[in-house]
Design a protein around this ligand. Structure first.
Ligand SMILES: NC(=O)c1ccc[n+]([C@@H]2O[C@H](COP(=O)([O-])OP(=O)(O)OC[C@H]3O[C@@H](n4cnc5c(N)ncnc54)[C@H](O)[C@@H]3O)[C@@H](O)[C@H]2O)c1
Length: 247
């Protein structure tokens, strides 16, 4: 990996759902920038694997939807940088047209994408206020601001709730030296691969004609988390290659 300036030296970051995909890319870039990284995932083996692959990292497996588990894991730990990334339930969350979506499925989306973000924020903010410095980054999705006929209504609504929480946290805690922002992602490389006809159709609709890469999200998080990113607060930044939303 290319050398990155150690702009996060001395900071501790918690990245949720970092056992694979986007979260792993974020954890790697934060570590490359000098942060100590707490690698969370529901799947303990995945968390350990990511933590072993990157420098100054520690696996911290817990279920972000379980407030007691979050509180126990974060007891006596200061988290300077919270990256609320876990947002896809195991198995992908069973997309479904809304009227056919079982209550348990949409409740899980609210629990994972909104309530968990609330638990985590409530548990890290007091330490950040005490330190007079903090960063909160929500990993969101274009589905929060755009209607999509792919069965993700509950997911989009929960992500939009997270973006709203970010705007309020930005104003409540900006005076304490804490910023809060959302990165709304378009379709990322990973499960989706070029060569699959339905993915190729989507790629063709993206102005830069490719999918996003986890390390690009990591680079954006690193900038927001650095002192240089301190002017950005309460924003939703779309990382989607310039995809224009119709409605
Ligand atoms: N991949 C995309 O195309 C895409 C597009 C837009 C937004 N996003 C967002 O990016 C983020 C990461 O997505 P991804 O595609 O890398 O997901 P992924 O499914 O590849 O990985 C998600 C990780 O989160 C973990 N996880 C799930 N539930 C958890 C819980 N309750 N507690 C702790 N960990 C849990 C899983 O074990 C898994 O390792 C999500 O917030 C997602 O909504 C992704």
């Amino acid at each position: 990996m290319a050398a990155h300036p150690p702009v996060l030296q001395g900071r501790t970051a918690l990245v949720t759902g970092a056992g694979q995909g986007v979260g792993r890319g974020i954890a790697a870039r934060l570590s490359a920038a000098g942060a100590r990284v707490l690698v969370n995932d529901l799947d303990a083996d995945r968390a350990r694997q990511t933590a072993e692959e990157i420098e100054h990292a520690e696996a911290l497996p817990f279920d972000v939807t379980d407030r007691g588990a979050v509180a126990a894991a974060l007891q006596d730990r200061r988290v300077d940088i919270l990256v609320n990334n876990a947002g896809v339930p195991p198995g992908g969350g069973r997309p479904n047209r809304f009227a056919e979506m079982p209550e348990a499925d949409w409740q899980l989306q609210l629990s994972l994408n909104l309530a968990a973000f609330m638990h985590l924020s409530q548990l890290v903010l007091p330490g950040q206020v005490e330190a007079g410095w903090g960063r909160i980054v929500q990993i969101s999705s274009g589905a929060s601001s755009r209607g999509l006929a792919i069965g993700v209504a509950a997911y989009g609504a929960a992500k939009a709730g997270g973006e709203s929480l970010v705007r309020h946290l930005a104003v409540e805690y900006g005076p304490a030296g804490i910023t809060a922002n959302s990165l709304a992602l378009g379709l990322m490389e990973g499960v989706a691969r070029a060569g699959d006809p339905s993915v190729d159709r989507l790629i063709n609709s993206v102005p830069i004609k490719r999918l996003g890469r986890p390390e690009e999200v990591g680079a954006a998080v690193t900038w927001l988390a650095s002192d240089d990113g301190g002017l950005v607060n309460g924003q939703v930044i779309h990382l989607n290659g310039g995809t224009v939303f119709g409605r």
